[in-house]
Design a protein around this ligand. Structure first.
Ligand SMILES: Nc1ncnc2c1ncn2[C@@H]1O[C@H](COP(=O)(O)OP(=O)(O)OP(=O)(O)O)[C@@H](O)[C@H]1O
Length: 358
């Protein structure tokens, strides 16, 4: 963790270059399980998820509504509320420059308070919920900055003006209330607020859902530019796979509480290995490139209290075959990515068989 109490001045050029070239691990999630204990039979919203995020990398997490994306990130950031309970796993936030690695799930509330904003900041879907309606923007920024640094009030307001300018909002807006800003401006302001304490990781949960397509693209461009300049990592959640191609380095596809495919963004989009990833790709128009026919995914995701036997996607999968409704396919390494599908298990099994009998 970075030490609290350090003034957050503008990041030096040298520091920025160092951070963006550094590809060491930042976050390692292993065996994460999260259940909602709201009734006798719990909802298994996250079931054994592993994730790896490097410094300076953008990891996209994609899947239909209800597949567990928000549950996963609220568990990782320890922002979950009952009846959600993390029942197993670890979330290691790796130390840097001599600071120790910590398991976020084992931190005390006090340690968490230091970790939040300074190391991990979150941007939620609704800017209106993140911004306090009765405080001027400047006061909200100054509150966060002064809680985590020794800046004077004046310095904090100055820094707040710089932060707003980074996302293209004039500094005189510091005196505005959230309701006086347009939707796009509000969302950009929450992104600037998330960057206030120069976090290593910014988690964005559907940050552009509430804005129009033009503003969505402007925000994505800004996030990519800021990430390049400041070197932070991003976990970006969305249900729109085409949008992730614009911003993510790697993508993890979630279905029914599990990661079913991971891989470099472009490869996962152009050559999906899991039928669900392929179906998701067909469900959204590409932001660039030739127009494609939009094909919905038949049926709907399963309820997460009682999952179908075998692969949870099998009832909707056009390519299902004999083992799919019986055994759950494990996530297998495939080139630069991984996929959990019997199609690859069978190929792998046949390759192993040929290798053994040769
Ligand atoms: N408070 C709750 N109590 C019980 N079940 C819940 C609760 N919140 C979420 N769930 C269930 O957990 C599962 C995962 O929900 P989650 O919101 O994490 O999915 P998501 O992929 O983020 O969906 P969305 O894109 O709609 O936000 C869903 O089946 C949902 O119904």
């Amino acid at each position: 963790m970075s030490s609290s109490g350090t003034p957050h001045s503008s990041i030096s050029k040298q520091d920025t270059v160092r951070r963006s070239e550094d590809r060491t691990p930042l976050l390692t999630v292993r065996g994460l399980h999260v259940d909602y204990f709201d009734k006798a039979d719990p909802v298994h919203a996250v079931s054994g998820v592993d994730l790896d995020l490097r410094r300076g990398e953008t990891l996209g997490i994609v899947g239909e509504s209800g597949c567990g994306k928000s549950t996963l990130v609220t568990a990782i950031t320890r922002l979950q509320r009952p009846p959600a309970v993390t029942t197993a796993g670890s979330v290691v936030f790796h130390g840097h420059d001599g600071t120790e690695s910590v398991d976020v799930l084992r931190l005390t509330e006090r340690q968490l308070a230091d970790l939040r904003w300074e190391n991990i900041a979150v941007v939620f879907q609704s800017a209106m919920n993140a911004l306090n309606p009765v405080l001027r923007l400047g006061s909200q920024f100054a509150d966060v900055l002064r809680r985590h640094s020794r800046l004077s009030k004046r310095e904090a307001w100055e820094r707040a003006g710089e932060l707003l300018a980074m996302v293209g909002i004039p500094a005189d807006r510091l005196r505005s209330y959230a309701h006086e800003l347009s939707g796009g401006m509000r969302q950009r302001a929450t992104i600037a607020l998330a960057l206030a304490c120069e976090p290593d990781l910014v988690v964005m949960d559907e940050p552009t859902t509430a804005v129009d397509v033009v503003m969505q693209r402007q925000i994505l461009r800004q996030v990519s530019r800021l990430k390049r300049e400041l070197g932070f990592s991003v976990i970006f959640i969305t249900h729109d796979l085409s949008l992730l191609i614009e911003i993510a380095d790697r993508i993890a596809v979630m279905y029914a509480g599990k990661v079913v495919e991971t891989g470099p963004a472009r490869q996962l989009y152009t050559d999906p290995q899991h039928p669900y990833t392929e179906a998701l790709r067909g469900a959204f128009p590409p932001l660039h490139g030739p127009r494609r026919e939009i094909t919905g995914i038949p049926g709907s995701p399963p309820g997460l209290r009682t999952l179908p036997a075998g692969c949870a996607f099998h009832p909707r999968c056009a390519r299902r075959f004999e083992p799919c409704d019986k055994t759950t396919p494990p996530l297998l390494a495939l080139g630069a990515g991984e996929a959990a599908c019997h199609l690859h298990q069978t190929v792998r099994g046949e390759e192993d068989h040929h290798a053994r009998t040769r």
